[in-house]
Ligand binder design. Sequence first.
Ligand code: F6R
Length: 369
Amino acid sequence: EKGGYASFMLKEIAEQPKAVADTLLGRIDASGRLTLDEVRIPDAVLREADKVVVIACGTAFHAGLIAKYAIEHWTRIPCEVELASEFRYRDPILNRRTLVIAISQSGETMDTLMALRHAREQGAKVLAVCNTNGSTIPRESDAVLYTHAGPEVAVASTKAFLTQLVACYLLALYLGQVRGTKWGDEIHAVVRDLARIGDEVERVLETMEPVRALARSLADRNTVLFLGRHVGYPVALEGALKLKELAYMHAEGFAAGELKHGPIALIEEGLPVVVVVPSPRGRSVLHDKIVSNIQEIRARGARTIVIAEEGDEAVVPYADHLVRIPATPTLLQPLVATVPLQVFACELATARGNEVDQPRNLAKSVTVE
Ligand code: F6R
């Protein structure tokens, strides 16, 4: 069943280009318009929505954090993202104009299910992003956009995460299309970039050998930190979560702009720090800021592992290890930037003798609170 791979996780990492392409299939027409027929929520309701709230747990929550950047940029609707387990006990403010997006691979996560029930009781419309046909969360939602990752067996989520991102981008662009925001041209360009992104993920997978070697060389370490900005921040959180659950190491993700507000005190000689660098094109201010952050931590002894776009020369002098990813528009970068972090965690865990498909203490689907 593992199709020649040593683990389901490795197989599922390798399946990502196809999972991404399958999730796009049939949802973009020849003229570049989105046709999300499954979203049965009437356009009039989508046009009137004045707030989007994303609820999810774990890796799906990280997809939601990234979705916020896309939704707010392309639709100009305020978007909140909340852990389902916090949301439902917080007495959240919801009404008929609130669009709730519940993201779940399994469709059975109890906290997410309870949160969506709570939202519907308040009159909000709930749209599920889910990978499992006919599971409870889509059945109890007003509409569902299925991710087409295929069954995910390994406990740690990989291909489901990438397809959750794709589904969230599609939704954000669709909302933009329905509401006719001023980003019309940009939306067309992004749809074209999205259609190509599976190939870019494939290219990343082809260049992972140095990442594996690096991961093996760090097998005896205790801590790895991850830094990012903008959409790279949730990518850093996801990289840290993968390392915790698979390698049982202390791993933490930070927003790079927060370094000076505390985390920089953790930097000591030889500490591995993974930095996700935004594209130098477009939002170049962010790029320059993170290059300064890399200089700051390196001056304090950090061993920098830099994930940066091809052609980004500014990072070269400060990178102890440089991992190249294809140039993509900033908002789409998580689709390529997450892949090396998955490979890194999987290889490091294997080097530590851990069972990557079945990490200790974890279950694939958390159907209790
Ligand atoms: C991490 C992981 C978990 C799940 C979380 C939500 O690799 O797999 O954090 O993402 O338990 O599960 P779903 O998406 O099934 O609701």
